[in-house]
Write a protein that binds this ligand. Structure first.
Ligand code: GDP
Length: 440
């Protein structure tokens, strides 16, 4: 995420390396490089200039105390300013109204429909809500189908009226239906266009007037940079939305949209989405994003994601098995599934400080575990539970079943054995230290 920006900022801080104190000269060079880095990330000139002027002012006024170097001080100032630029603290997402009505708008292809599915899933699984998805796109039957498919995947009902060509009346009927069915969150997906156009705006504005939503979320593709910011401005002028959803942060985004949307429209980013999987919606935290941009990782989010998957009962059972050296392939497979549930693999690894940069050019797809999964799937339940039973002939059969070479199966078996040995060693650690490992 934002790798180029991270690298460029790191380069800017190097100006201060070895300097014993902050001087006008070394600040000037650093600030110039920071400004260039921001412009390269597609931040508009005025915002970049204001940003670096503030950084300069703060740095000049700061006394460098013994404990920190000028470089560290500058990183801290930039971190604070980036956080502030993106909104300071996390924005509130208000779902207290009964029911809560959420209107979702944005251009076609921005990821609007996918987001509606992610949001419904998030509210259902993390907030215990009973959502209804409403297909408000009256122009593209495929959009209704898409929402239906998403709804089925997450077990959320979808309201649609294929014959009705009036989006306002669909929204009104959906609200009545939601009341009958005791749904407490209604998410209305609206039609998008390829570019901002008056008819689309008017339609969404009319739905807003009729449905009186508690939240109006504007969805924008972060890959479109400054265009995203301009589109946000146009939508906000018309809709006065309550928050922004930034999608496709998993792509090769430069960062401009994330950095400047809040400043430009004075509306907070509420969610980000980085991946097509329906369980990868994330609340937006400006401070954590600033840390990631500065290559500090995001341990807080990583721990939270792990905790979400943490099941105390399961962890205890697993701990016992590890202590007795009974960790088997079935347990291993379950652990893999848990890691996968935490979200996009590269994204997760990027949350570990320093790792994001190291793996930026490495292609880590979510299919990374596929080979291992295929091998384990080819084992019989007996073999999964008794790794030591797997002799040469069984390995041959497993390799054939998994479509793998024998040496690949052998290599995996060896790795698994090493892992078991390591776990056995760790199980000698005090109880408290083992506890937290169940989630990983
Ligand atoms: P809509 O036209 O605005 O409703 O957009 P869709 O939800 O249909 O999304 C357009 C395309 O972007 C689809 O191929 C989605 O799978 C993809 N997409 C949506 N959100 C994300 C995301 O966060 N990351 C990535 N990589 N792709 C996404």
């Amino acid at each position: 995420m934002f790798n180029n920006l991270s690298e460029r900022l790191e380069g800017a801080f190097k100006n201060l390396k070895g300097e014993a104190r902050i001087s006008e000269l070394n600040i000037a060079n650093t600030v110039k490089d920071i400004r260039r880095a921001l412009l390269d990330a597609d931040v508009n000139y005025k915002i970049a200039k204001e940003f670096t002027d503030r950084v300069k002012e703060k740095a000049t006024g700061e006394k460098v105390i013994n404990a920190i170097s000028p470089g560290q001080l500058m990183v801290k100032i930039v971190q604070d300013e980036l956080t502030e630029l993106m909104g300071g603290v996390e924005a509130q997402f208000d779902i207290s109204a009964k029911p809560t009505i959420i209107l979702v708008a944005g251009l076609q292809g921005s990821g609007k429909t996918t987001f509606c599915g992610k949001l419904a899933n998030y509210l259902k699984t993390k907030k215990g809500k009973s959502p209804l998805l409403v297909a408000g796109d009256i122009y593209r039957p495929a959009a209704i189908d898409q929402l239906q498919v998403l709804g089925e995947q997450i077990g959320v009902e979808v309201f649609s009226e294929r014959e009705n060509k009036n989006a306002v009346s669909i929204a009104e009927n959906a609200l009545k239906y939601a009341k009958e069915k005791a749904k407490n969150v209604i998410i209305i997906d609206t039609a998008g266009r390829l570019a901002v156009d008056e008819m689309m705006m008017e339609e969404v504005a009319n739905i807003k007037q009729a449905a009186k939503p508690n939240e109006i979320l504007f969805v924008v593709d972060s890959m479109t940079g400054q265009d995203a910011v301009n589109t946000a401005k146009a939508f906000n002028d018309r809709l006065d939305f309550t928050g922004v959803v930034l999608t496709k942060l998993d792509g090769d985004t430069r960062g401009g949209a994330a950095l400047t949307i809040k400043y430009t429209v004075q509306k907070p980013i509420k969610f980000v989405s980085s991946g097509e999987k329906l369980d990868t919606l994330d609340v937006f935290y400006p401070g954590r994003m600033a840390q990631r941009i500065l290559g500090m990782g995001d341990i807080t989010s990583l721990v939270e994601k792990a905790q979400e998957q943490y099941d105390e009962e399961k962890a205890k059972r697993l701990e016992k098995k590890i202590r007795k050296n009974q960790f088997d392939f079935q347990d291993f497979m379950e652990q893999l599934q848990q890691i996968k549930k935490m979200g996009n693999l590269k994204d997760i690894m990027g949350m570990i400080p320093g790792v994001g940069k190291a793996i930026k050019d490495v292609d880590i797809s979510d299919d990374a575990f596929k080979g291992v999964e295929a091998i384990i799937s080819s084992m019989t339940p007996f073999e999964r539970a008794n790794p030591d039973s797997i002799d040469a002939s069984r390995r041959n059969r497993i390799a054939k079943g998994a479509g793998k070479q024998l040496h690949e199966v052998n290599a995996f078996m060896k790795q698994f054995e090493q892992m078991r040995q390591m776990m056995k060693g760790m199980s000698k650690m005090p109880m408290g230290m083992m506890g937290g490992m169940g989630a990983m």
